[in-house]
Every structure is written in C-alpha cells, then in structure tokens.
Ligand binder design. Structure first.
Ligand code: MLZ
Length: 265
C-alpha cells in the first residue's frame, strides 16, 4: 500500500485529538530554514554539553540541520532545529569569553587541536547570524493529556519524525508512545522538549513524516476492545512484533514477555 499518511483520516480512524499548539515549545509557524549544506556554526557537543564545538551542516531536513562536529567521526551526527539554543554563529563563544573545544572523541592527538581549529575555520563558509532563529517561549504548563496525538522524533533514529500518542503525563513530563511499534521506541521527556511537535508540523516544514508502524497493540486497553477489530488496529500505541508487517489486526500473540528486539535502521 503506497497510500500517503493523512492526519485527518488517522485522527478520525483512531477517534483521537491532536495535542493543541500551545502545549509545545515550538513556534506556531515553523521557522524558515535558510542554512546550506557545508556551512559551519558553533554547537554544544551533545555528548559533552558544556563544550562548544565547531560543527558542519551535513544535511537539511525541514526546520532541522544534520550536524557533524569537526574533528569527530561520522557516527555521531545529530539534528537540531534552526531555532535551537544549542547552535549559534561562529564567534559567539569567543565573544562570551569562552574557548572552542575539541569534540568528545576528537580523532586526532589532543595536542593537535589548536592547529586543527585554525585549519578547519580557515576559509570556512560560516552560517550567517540571521539564519539562527530565536528559541520559542516555554509553554506555561504541561497541558498534554493522555491519548493526544503529536509528531515526535524517534530518539533511536533521530532523523525520523513519527506519529505518536501521549501515553502518560507526570508533573512536567510526558510519555511519548509511537503508534504501531510495540513500545520499543517510547520515551519520557519534558513537556517543553524540542523533540515533540504538533500534528501537521512536518507537512509545514517539508520534513517527511513516517507512517505509523503496522503492529497491533496488545495493551490492556486494546484488549478490552477486541470485539471491535477495526479500532484495535490503529488505536494502539504499542505493539508486539516489529518485523512482521502483517496487514494488522488479529491473530498476533501477546508477546509481552519477549524483549522488543532493538531495531535500528
Ligand atoms: N529501521 C527501523 C525504523 C524504525 C522506526 C520506528 N520509529 C518509531 C526499524 O524498522 O526498526
């Protein structure tokens, strides 16, 4: 089936509602992405957040940048929104009296860092300050409710944004569950996380929204409604088998005891 995913249809199908815009720490209109591949900027090292490093833009996806720290390998790329406070124009660190640091796992001898830094910045195309957008304000409170739909970054495959459902709410945190994936990708995050977006975000930014997985949930709630199979299909947020893209519905074993089988791409 090559049908395109439609939130309108999906919300009806699952009889659910989209989390309201004001719940998110995201701008109502996604920021424009003017950056170009190859430009350099300063970024906080995700593996060592007190360090500010030089990063190169390796890719552009919607309102996000795929970044690689200069001097690091190609196995630790990360993605940031153009209005993320984790990125800034080159020169910002120095202006604040800070020093640019080698990334964690700097591939060369530490003593070669000063020369490496000079060389990497020499002739570099620096991303203009105007491309960096102001971070949106925090939501006033955690106003997510269980069952609300959203779009969320799959933290195990951070280039993917996927349909998700709020599975639980506790204090300032929410439990993000990925529709159709037996719980293997679910996570808790703060309600003001930059990794969660309102329904429709990807279609506004031009990012590709993944379709939901096609695994059936064997959660208590779906077990209760087994009599109505059409609803069991997609209402579910967690589901048993990843590798079997069965046409959904019934006949699946409640494989709850089994480990999810870590899936990577
Ligand atoms: N290649 C991976 C992608 C899973 C994405 C799930 N996102 C919630 C897999 O098939 O396991």
């Amino acid at each position: 089936k090559s049908e395109q995913f439609s939130w309108d249809d999906y919300l009806k199908e699952t009889e659910s509602i989209a989390a309201p815009l004001h719940c998110f720490k995201q701008s109502r209109i996604p920021p424009t992405n003017d950056f170009k591949v190859g430009m350099k900027l300063e970024a906080h090292d995700p593996r060592n957040v007190t360090s500010v490093c030089i990063a190169t833009i390796i890719g552009i996806t919607g309102a996000r940048l795929r970044l690689r720290l200069d001097g690091s390998d190609n196995k630790n790329d990360f993605w940031r929104l153009v209005d993320s406070s984790d990125i800034q124009p080159i020169g910002t660190c120095e202006k604040k009296g800070g020093m640019l640091q080698p990334p964690l796992g700097f591939q060369m001898n530490a003593s070669s860092w000063p020369m490496f830094l000079l060389r990497t910045l020499n002739g570099a195309e620096m991303a203009p300050a105007a491309f960096f957008k102001k971070e949106p304000p925090k939501p006033a409170a955690n106003c997510f409710k269980v069952g609300m739909k959203l779009e969320a970054i799959d933290r195990k495959n951070p280039y993917l944004i996927c349909p998700a459902t709020i599975g639980d709410v506790k204090g300032d945190e929410v439990f993000v569950t990925f529709d159709g994936w037996r719980g293997a990708f679910d996570y808790w995050c703060r309600c003001d996380s930059r990794d969660i977006f309102p329904v429709g975000w990807c279609s506004l930014t031009g990012d590709a929204l993944q379709p939901p997985g096609n695994n059936v949930s064997i959660t208590k709630s779906s077990a209760k409604i087994q009599s109505s199979p059409s609803k069991v299909t997609r209402r579910s947020m967690q589901s048993p088998q990843k590798s079997a893209p069965v046409p959904a519905q019934r006949g699946r074993k409640p494989g709850r005891g089994k480990p999810p089988g870590q899936s990577t791409v």
